[in-house]
Design a protein around this ligand. Structure first.
Ligand SMILES: [Zn+2]
Ligand SMILES: [Zn+2]
Length: 393
């Protein structure tokens, strides 16, 4: 197998399939967009995606990895196995402002379009439903539950402002902080109080002082979630949520210790008691598989999408696809669905995720992923190169 198949012919087949399925994929994307569900609550999205895949001959397992809204849909059997990852969680209040409806529909589309490919090359394609990308680090839980053990390459395409085959993503971990003080009348007996809000404010000031002496790409940022109840009472309780990010996991470790000192110092200065909890799962930096990046870039070119230059001064976020990239060869390209001044996580980006430009992005993302699957499923040597690169990186 793999000898008598013509790669260009297979790619044409896959592209034709995506075109044939266009209406169905656009309506799937639009339905998910119009019914935003928060992390780990994506029940409707899961139903719609798995129903479509099952109707089209995929073997579907729902609720895998002890996660009710995770699924695995498989076509074909054995290795190599290429996975298209579907994200489908939305953001509080602003819906699909990260455009995960497009990730869901394009990965489902890539899976469906790859059926004809797998029939000819052997191996399998898997559409993996991965819940809770936004703050849940859902893929870390799926890795722990061995969802990637039988996968040879994994990919998803995230909508954005530019076409890219790679992204940089930072290591990131969440920190929940609470200060416990002592309430007192704020005017008649402030000397008897311990001010938990002041401890939180001091923490922010300490972090701001630290910030000028950390590496460029590192980030520490947060919000106060409780800063007291009444202005005439010394706040006895305050709480906040923070994120610490860095280029690599080692620097993140050292930054976490320095960040924690900021809170401990504030506790000491104010007399408030500090309680904190690091989130169990952290985001790993993205390690893009270079051979897959090259293949994907070429497939974008075939589709008439050229890679856009990186905006100078642009910062980086974090994604749980980074975690996936530590266990299997993986890429996380982006597809342009919005103008350059439209930022992700805004209502304007949510609108773009259901626009005609968004639909075109979803179609090309599905095609480019299916074509990249052709490259590795039909060419054993290419699959080996992908594996070799992963081993070395
Ligand atoms: Zn997001
Ligand atoms: Zn996102």
């Amino acid at each position: 197998m793999g000898l008598n198949v013509n790669i260009d012919e297979l790619k044409k087949l896959a592209m034709g399939e995506v075109d044939r399925l266009r209406d169905e994929l656009v309506s799937l994307s639009t339905m998910i967009h119009d019914n935003p569900e928060l992390r780990y609550q994506e029940f409707k999205a899961c139903d719609w995606i798995t129903d479509l895949l099952e109707r089209n001959g995929f073997a579907v397992e729902r609720g895998i990895c002890e996660l009710p809204t995770a699924f695995r849909a498989t076509y074909g059997s054995g290795r190599p196995a290429v996975a298209f990852l579907a994200e489908y969680d939305a953001l509080p209040k602003i819906g699909h402002a990260c455009g995960h409806n497009i990730i869901a529909a394009s990965s489902a589309g890539a899976g469906l379009a790859s059926k004809l490919v797998v029939d000819r090359t052997g191996g399998s394609v898997v559409v993996l439903g991965t819940p809770a990308e936004e703050g849940g680090v859902g893929k870390a839980r799926m890795i722990k539950n061995r969802a990637f053990d039988q996968i040879d390459a994994a990919m998803l395409v995230h909508p954005g402002r530019r076409n890219a085959a790679t992204i940089e993503a930072l290591a990131c971990i969440g920190l929940d902080v609470e200060f416990f003080g002592k309430a007192a009348h704020a005017a008649s007996s402030p000397h008897e109080g311990i001010n938990a809000l002041e401890a939180m404010i001091q923490s922010f000031n300490n972090i701001n002082s630290l910030r000028q002496h950390i590496r460029d790409r590192a980030r520490i940022h947060g919000i106060i979630t409780n800063g007291g109840e009444a202005e005439n009472v010394v706040p006895s309780y305050s709480s906040g949520k923070f994120l610490v990010r860095a280029e690599d996991s080692q620097y993140l470790d050292s930054l976490c210790i320095r960040a924690l000192h900021c809170f401990e110092a504030a506790a000491m200065a104010t007399g408030a008691e500090l309680k904190y909890e690091w989130e169990e799962a952290r985001y790993d930096p993205m390690n893009s598989n270079e051979p897959l990046v090259e293949l994907f870039t070429e497939n974008y070119r075939i589709l008439g999408r050229s890679i856009d230059p990186v905006d100078p001064g642009k910062g980086f976020g974090s994604t749980d696809m980074g975690n996936v990239s530590t266990v299997v060869p993986a890429i996380h390209p982006t597809v342009s669905i919005a103008e350059k001044d439209v930022l992700a996580h805004t209502p304007e980006f949510a609108a773009a995720a259901a626009s005609e430009k968004g639909h075109r992005g979803l179609v090309d993302a599905a095609k480019a992923m299916a074509m990249t699957a052709v490259d590795v499923l039909a060419d054993t040597q290419m699959m080996d190169r992908v594996r070799q690169y992963f081993k070395k990186s």
